[in-house]
Design a protein around this ligand. Structure first.
Ligand code: GLC
Length: 435
């Protein structure tokens, strides 16, 4: 274990860039990603609190005028990643931050609970609270952005307009939406497949869909109302909204610690109440005994269970009767003895693929969320299993991007896939071994 602890720190330090942020993985992901930055800060906080703070403040400097925090900030100039800043062209938007080229989309809202976690880890609480005091309103404005510009029905739930906004990039979930689209066959050169076996990545046709959604957003200069009116992809994601609700809760706790009670905290309380009600009405599927995605464009739930279905456990969302059903679904589908917890997609479904990206493999950040979720719900045995499986996978295969959930593999050298020395796997390992 000690060896892995030192390695984890080395991974984070060697991915740290002099301009004050950490890349997710060398070669594959050369910029700053939003939710990665949050998880990375948690890991850094365990041994270099200043770098943890810098990770967050660097990201927040790139915030847009309307409060949006972009999914990727292109801090450096490199053409080794596709689609890069020349494809996304954030400068098409009047709201973009002219000093920080970025994508024109978001990623799951983790910063509220990350700041709360940093305070928990920090030994100098006064210093961390002062830092949080400087950053907190920016995170609040990000939440205000979601509830003002991303909530078409004003019901308390924020939509995503691209699968990359979900963080769970090529989940089989999105296949139902791809079937409603017929994008052109774009000419482009993938860079990811020069680093990783194409069998473990999305297909080129899937990329056509991804690029097409960006082209639509660009056509409307990234204006939210127009995207909401025209994007064929408009989804309420249970992971995304659960993290937003969890972060609302953290913002309220942090404002309270700072002795602040004002219009912002009042708004947060109102959003929170509305969001939790709508979440349980719109995203709960009695048929599946789980939370599912809702396709706003086609006005229907998407009938799939994934690791995102359990993220609500991490937030103040799940009422007792749903907790019983949700736990049962988890035990039936995700906790088989021959599988590591937790597959990213329903292992009993024929869309499950244990090797390909978000179509089945275990991701450490999802495990971290679900671990805390079951712990919060009082299901300590399940929580511990998730924690132990995460630690085992890393100790066995190293800091890979994602892992095969199958315990018995035909080829025993396999098991860890995607990018090497992956930052959030290292960061959350450092946190999980202390949890
Ligand atoms: C992949 C993941 C996404 C992550 C990014 C950088 O695109 O799907 O969730 O943020 O890599 O690590």
């Amino acid at each position: 274990m000690l060896q892995r602890v030192n390695e984890a720190k080395e991974v984070l330090l060697s991915n740290y860039q002099p301009s004050g942020f950490t890349i997710p993985s060398k070669g594959l992901y050369p910029f700053q990603w939003k939710w990665d930055a949050g998880f990375i800060a948690i890991g850094l906080a365990h041994f270099d609190i200043e770098k943890a703070k810098t990770e967050i403040s660097t990201l927040l400097k790139a915030q847009w005028k309307n409060g949006m925090i972009p999914h990727i900030v292109f801090h450096t100039d490199t053409d080794t990643y596709f689609p890069g800043k020349d494809f996304h062209q954030s400068n098409l938007s009047k709201q973009a931050n002219p000093d920080y080229p970025s994508t024109g989309m978001v990623q799951p809202p983790v910063l509220g609970f990350v700041l709360e976690k940093l305070l928990e880890i920090a030994t100098d609480k006064k210093d961390m609270l002062a830092f949080i005091g400087e950053q907190l309103d920016k995170v609040y404005y990000n939440h205000e952005y979601f509830y003002t510009h991303r909530d078409v029905n004003q019901e308390g739930l924020a939509y995503i307009y691209h699968n990359w906004e979900s963080g769970t990039d090529n989940s089989p979930m999105w296949d139902a939406i791809w079937e409603t689209m017929d994008p052109p066959h774009y000419k482009f050169e993938r860079r990811d497949t020069t680093h990783v076996d194409p069998e473990q990545r999305p297909t080129n046709r899937e990329y056509d869909h991804y690029l097409h959604l960006i082209e639509i957003a660009k056509k409307y200069h990234y204006e939210d109302a127009k995207i909401a009116a025209h994007s064929p992809f408009l989804v309420l994601d249970p992971l995304f909204n659960a993290l937003l609700i969890k972060s609302n809760e953290s913002l309220l706790a942090l404002y309270q610690k700072l002795g602040i009670d004002n219009q912002k905290t009042k708004n947060l309380r109102q959003w929170q109440e509305k969001a939790i009600n709508a979440f349980n009405k719109k995203l709960w599927s009695p048929t599946h005994g789980a939370y599912v995605h809702y396709d706003l464009r086609n006005q229907k739930q998407l009938p799939y269970i994934s690791s995102s279905s359990f993220a609500p456990l991490f937030a103040p969302i799940v009422p007792p009767e749903k907790l019983v059903a949700l736990n049962q679904t988890f035990q039936e589908k995700f906790s088989a003895a021959n599988l590591y917890c937790c597959a990213s997609f329903d292992p009993t479904h024929n869309g499950f693929n244990p090797k390909r990206y978000w179509r089945g493999p275990v991701w450490i950040n999802m495990n971290w969320i679900i671990y805390h979720g079951f712990k919060r719900a009082g299901a300590i045995q399940t929580a511990n299993r998730i924690k132990e499986d995460s630690i085992t996978l890393i100790e066995k295969y190293g800091f890979k991007e994602y892992f095969d959930p199958r315990k018995k593999l035909e080829n025993t050298t396999e098991g860890g896939y995607g990018g090497d020395n992956f930052s959030w796997s290292a960061a959350l390992y450092l946190d999980l071994i202390k949890a």
